[in-house]
Design a protein around this ligand. Structure first.
Ligand code: PGA
Length: 260
């Protein structure tokens, strides 16, 4: 029997002007408050303040898609964790494959960012995932394990519950090529095992693991039904309030089936 409170996180990436963001939020606000899932929206910096003001009476956390590993200083163009935390940001995305690929984020940078983020009380979503070449030569687990070990190096047992991992196979992001629920679940189970080995059985069991990569209202049900998947990280489908809401509704309906 499933008795889960699912996590539904939306990553808007570099989308939505302030007007578009406000239009989304007012529509979303009209139906979101009754849901049981943990809802996170990772929005561009320019939309954080208005999203927080609209979402403050709702069951939804606003997060940022990037941040710097230092608190302040001569880092032109960067935004720090204290700046975000003082605004009311509740979640931070780290290690997204687009940041690794287009902005040269290495495992070392990701590790510095995670250590900074967990020193505040903000939740962190760490993204990991393999390329299609790595999967073709059966190196997907090795690649994911290395990303996890390097990203979490020096992160203590006390802080591990603050982190969620999103398994996002790179070949499935924005491509419409979703991993099969079984492929996704196998990797999520492997991630749980890595956490168990690094932090202990209980930490592994309670650890939250999301799947991301072309998640839609059409394919999410089967994903939520998988044993080792606690939620989803949604890109494209989170831009439309109706589609995003449908995914949350499906997550909620599965949790409710479990509690009957
Ligand atoms: P997608 O993006 O749902 O558009 O594939 C997922 C992500 O990049 O987090």
């Amino acid at each position: 029997m499933i008795q889960k409170k699912f996590i539904v996180a939306g990553n808007w990436k570099m989308n939505k002007t302030i007007e578009e963001s406000n239009a989304f939020m007012s529509k979303f606000a009209s139906y979101v408050q009754q849901y049981k899932s943990e809802i996170i929206l990772l929005v561009p910096y320019t939309n954080i303040e208005s999203c927080i003001s609209i979402s403050s009476r709702l069951n939804i956390k606003i997060g940022a898609q990037n941040f710097h590993w230092d608190d302040f200083g001569a880092f032109t163009g960067e935004i720090s964790v204290p700046m975000l935390s003082k605004m009311g940001v509740k979640s931070l995305l780290v290690g997204h494959s687009e940041r690794r690929r287009y902005f040269g984020e290495t495992d070392e940078i990701i590790n510095r960012k995670i250590k900074k983020a967990v020193s505040s009380d903000i939740n962190v979503i760490l993204c990991v995932g393999e390329t299609s070449e790595q999967r073709e030569c059966n190196k997907e687990k090795k690649s994911v394990m290395l990303q996890i070990k390097r990203a979490l190096s020096g992160v203590s047992k006390t802080n591990i519950a603050q982190i969620y991992i999103a398994y996002e196979p790179i070949w499935a992001i924005g491509t419409g090529k979703v991993a099969t629920p079984q492929q996704a679940n196998q990797m999520c189970r492997f991630i749980r095992m890595c956490i168990e080995n690094m932090y202990g059985t209980e930490e592994g069991m309670n650890f939250k693991i999301l799947y991301g990569g072309s998640v839609t209202e059409e394919n999410c049900r089967e994903i939520f039904l998988m044993t080792d998947i606690d939620g989803v990280l949604v890109g494209g489908a989170s831009l439309d309030p109706d589609k995003f809401e449908s995914i949350i509704k499906i997550a909620d309906s599965i949790s409710n089936e479990g509690s009957d």
